[in-house]
Structure formats: C-alpha cells, structure tokens
Design a protein around this ligand. Structure first.
Ligand SMILES: Cc1cc2nc3c(=O)[nH]c(=O)nc-3n(C[C@H](O)[C@H](O)[C@H](O)COP(=O)(O)OP(=O)(O)OC[C@H]3O[C@@H](n4cnc5c(N)ncnc54)[C@H](O)[C@@H]3O)c2cc1C
Length: 468
C-alpha cells in the first residue's frame, strides 16, 4: 500500500508537475504524483519550449499569461534554473487579412493585460535583421513572449511542490482505478495501491489508455511534430559577439512554422499540413516507446523549408545539427481538456494538452483553483473536457485533430466552420433543411442528388446550427 493522500496526480510531465505545484501552493500538501518512469519522460523533454501568448480568446490569453507569471517566479522561489529566454515573438503578416487579424487582436491583448503592438515592415526587419521578407505588410510583436527549458521548468515545479510537502513516486505505473464504498478512489499501481479523494489525470500521449481505465473515451489523439536545430550560423554568432539581444521567435505565414535562436544556431519548426500529418499511437502507446524520438520526416515539410530559406537565407545556408521528432496530444480545437471528467465524482482531467509547456503553469493554477476552491476566478469553460459531447468518438476526433493541426498556421476567421468529420451530429431539422438547401441557387448542382454539400452549408452560414 502506497498510502492515503488527498489528491493523486497521474503523470509527471510539465502538466502533471504544474498541477502538483498548483495544489501545494494552495495549501494541499497532502498530495502525490505518480509517474510510470521519470519526470519529463513523455513529450515534455523534447519540446521546443515556446511560450507564445497570442490568443484571440480573452480568457485563453489570460490563462497563458498566468503560465508566464508562474514560470518567471520559479527560479527565485525554488533555486532551480528554468532557462527562460524572454526574447519576444514576432509574427509576420504577408496578407491584408492576416494584418487585419493582428490589428483586431490588439484590443483583446490590452484587456488580457498582454503587451503587443503592430510594427511596420521596416521595424520588423530592425528587430529581425536576418529576415528577407520584401512582401510583408507588417507584423505583430509580443515583447514578453519567449522560450523556456521544458525539463528544467518541470523539475522546478516538481521541486516547488516537494518543498511544500507533496510527494513524487517515480517508476510507479497506474494500472487501474476503483471507487470505494466511502466515495474515495483506490488507485492501483505497479507498486501497490494508493487511496485518495481526488484523481487528476495528466498522462499526455497515454490519455486514451488512462481514460479507458475509468470508462472515458478521451477526445484526443497524438500527432507527430518535428523541428530541426542547425549548426552555428555566422550571423547569430556575430550578433552575440556584438552583445545584441536574442532575436524574437519568428513566425511567418509564408513558411508556416517557427524559427528561433538556439545556442549559436537556429531552431526551425515547420507545421505539418493535414495531408502530410502523421498520427501516433491511435490504439495506445506501444510498449517499446519510452523517452524516444521518431525518425526524421523531411518530406512532410520540404515546402516549408524551401520557403523559410527564401525568407531567412541564413537558415538555407546553415548545416543541420539535429532533428527532433516526436508525438504530443492534440484535440479538435487545439485547446486542452481541463476540468471535471464527465460522470465521475472527483475525477479531473488535464489531458489532450497541445502545448503542455505553454499550458503547464496555467493548468496547474486554474485546475487546482477549481478543485480546492470549488470554482474558477475566470471563465475556463473553453477548456472544459465536456465541451465536445458524445459525438466526439475516436473517428470524429481523428479527423478533427488532423484538421486542427493541419491548418494550424492557416488563416482562420472568427466563427468559421471547419468541415472535417461532418455531419457526425445533426440537428433534428437536418434532413428537412438539407432538402431545402439543395434547391438554393448554386447548391443543387454542386451537391448532386442526396449528397450533403458541406461548402454550400457553410456559405449559407448554417454549419454550426445543422451539424457538428
Ligand atoms: C517536436 C515537438 C515540439 C514541441 N514544442 C512545444 C513548444 O514549443 N511549446 C509547448 O508548449 N509544447 C510543445 N510541444 C508539445 C509538448 O511537448 C507537449 O504538449 C507536452 O509535453 C505535454 O505535456 P504533458 O505533461 O501533458 O504530457 P507528457 O510530457 O507526455 O507527460 C505525461 C506523463 O504521464 C506519464 N504516464 C502516462 N501514463 C501513466 C500511467 N498509467 N501511470 C503513471 N504515469 C503515466 C508518462 O510517462 C509521462 O511522463 C512540442 C512537441 C513536440 C513533439
């Protein structure tokens, strides 16, 4: 028997450590984290560590700002370095629509309390002199963004929690759960049972497996992503010699990816489009997979490379030092599943977290607030794990995840309907309206007899109302 605690956190990635830390900071020191191998051994250790605060949703942006606030205080509090580089972030707009998107965001940022401003092409090039982007119209600049060392920040939160009395059990795999007659949970592990009031799942790529132990079909599936690190780049070396500041993380819709300094070189992470995107472990993480990387897949992102090399010629000239390719969880809307599990008392989810380094501190803060205080100080409904509903089965999730990540860098418009996996769930009026829209000008010919035409539905603005 491993003992009796108030809450058990399953999973020792950045998210699990953030939750343990959050609970301990709120005075719940009688808590434990169970990790099947080592802290950070899931997706956390190989993340690029980017902390971008750009969110068009008011509350999502506020939550991300909380991560930054927590991470900035950790080094002083715990004595553990977190490798925080507050280099800023620059997002290039090459189209009028993208610039409009950034302009409309500025007011949101102000309410979020996040510093952001639009910069001219000339200023953008001053901030990022290696950029050869003559077609740009402007850029969005976040001076307070940056990147952090994923393993270090996880260890710092784990240390902060331990210092406050929380326990961490490594090499302890959770194998099942049992509700006890008194309402407590028995957590079965490879090293004996542990009894607790609250169970919190933060198991990264294993989410579907862990959820299944509790009868939950978790709407998340891991996708595979990669980045490359280059050899030393003379321009970067020269900047350092001159004592110039680190250039911001650079995002450009022209190459659909991120680029930042890494040591004396560059780190480039291109976004995989839907057609090239690979999923991982749809049927469960295989036994052989541990803290491993997957084989490089240049083909999937060759166009991003070519484009990036045109826009940043220094990247094109650099030698490649290392590829890092691995899986991480994705949801249909690229937001975490954070909050109560449906149908179960005192079971909480922090699963399907795309961007666990970005989210770790915030989820730790807000989920612990929800558990300990019984509610949240800001509206966290956008992250509620119950937001999808019964239709979000594995087939639906697979299609939506492919669409979500595969269009990550593509322009999205407010209220835009995304077509994948429709019509998984239909309104009662669906059949009648479908007949009707086939008679609308232009729709019948495109739809063909009896064929639902998704584009036509969306053009008429009915997608949200008719099917999900
Ligand atoms: C190439 C690449 C670049 C990335 N770059 C970024 C980035 O710049 N910024 C960012 O925010 N994110 C980035 N990510 C995503 C990020 O890596 C993940 O979102 C994040 O690590 C998820 O953290 P987590 O704590 O949810 O899961 P994990 O880190 O996977 O941790 C889950 C833990 O749960 C444990 N576990 C599972 N099942 C059990 C069980 N039954 N019992 C006990 N323990 C269990 C696992 O061993 C694991 O340690 C990147 C990912 C990749 C692949």
């Amino acid at each position: 028997m491993l003992g009796h605690v108030r809450a058990v956190v399953v999973g020792g990635g950045c998210v699990g450590a953030g939750i343990l830390y959050g609970l301990a900071k709120r005075g719940w020191s009688d808590v434990a984290l169970l990790e099947r191998t080592q802290l950070t051994a899931g997706s956390t250790w190989h993340a690029a560590g980017l902390i971008p605060s750009y969110a068009r949703s008011l509350n999502v942006g506020r939550m991300i700002a909380k991560s930054i606030e927590i991470y900035e205080g950790l080094e002083v509090e715990t004595g553990q370095k977190v490798g925080w580089h507050k280099c800023g972030q620059l997002r290039i707009a090459n189209t009028r629509d993208r610039l409009d998107e950034y302009r409309s965001y500025i007011d949101v940022a102000e309410v979020q309390g996040i510093r952001a401003r639009i910069v001219s092409p000339a200023e953008a090039r001053e901030i990022w002199p290696l950029l050869n982007n003559s077609g740009m119209l402007g850029a969005l600049y976040h001076p307070d963004d940056g990147h952090i060392a994923p393993a270090d920040v996880t260890q710092a939160m784990a240390k902060g929690a331990r210092d406050l009395g929380a326990k961490i059990h490594l090499g302890t795999e959770v194998t099942g759960f049992e509700r006890m007659p008194g309402g407590e949970w028995k957590v079965k592990t490879s090293r004996g049972d542990m009894v607790c009031e609250h169970v919190i799942l933060a198991t990264g790529n294993y989410a579907r497996q862990t959820g299944a132990m509790l009868g939950l079909d978790i709407p998340a599936i891991p996708i595979v992503h990669q980045y490359w690190m280059t050899d030393a780049v003379p321009e970067v070396v020269e900047r350092k010699r001159q004592g110039l500041p680190e250039m911001p993380i650079l995002r450009d819709e022209g190459y659909e990816g991120y680029l930042r300094e890494e040591g004396d070189g560059l780190l480039f992470g291109p976004y995989e489009r839907t057609e090239q995107l690979k999923l991982f472990a749809e049927n469960g993480v295989p036994e052989w997979f541990g803290a491993d990387l997957l084989d490089e897949d240049f083909e999937a992102v060759s166009w991003n490379w070519e484009r990036a090399s045109e826009l940043v010629p220094a990247l094109g000239r650099a030698g490649i030092k290392r590829n890092v390719r691995g899986p991480f969880q994705m949801t249909a809307d690229e937001l975490p599943l954070m909050g109560p599990a449906w149908g179960l008392q005192n079971v909480w989810l922090a699963e399907g977290v795309p961007g666990g380094i970005l989210w770790g501190g915030a989820i730790g803060h807000y989920l612990s607030e929800r558990i300990v205080e019984g509610g949240n100080s800001i509206d966290t409904a956008e992250l509620d794990p119950r937001r999808f509903g019964d239709h979000a089965n594995k087939n639906w999730t697979r299609e939506k995840v492919r669409e979500a990540w595969g269009t990550h860098a593509v322009q999205h418009y407010p209220g835009q309907d995304m077509p994948a996996a429709r019509p998984q769930k239909t309104a009662p009026s669906y059949d009648r309206l479908r007949l009707h829209w086939q008679h609308l000008p232009g729709c019948a010919a495109e739809a063909g007899p009896g064929t639902p035409d998704r584009d036509a539905v969306h053009r008429h603005g009915w997608g949200e109302r008719l099917c999900l």
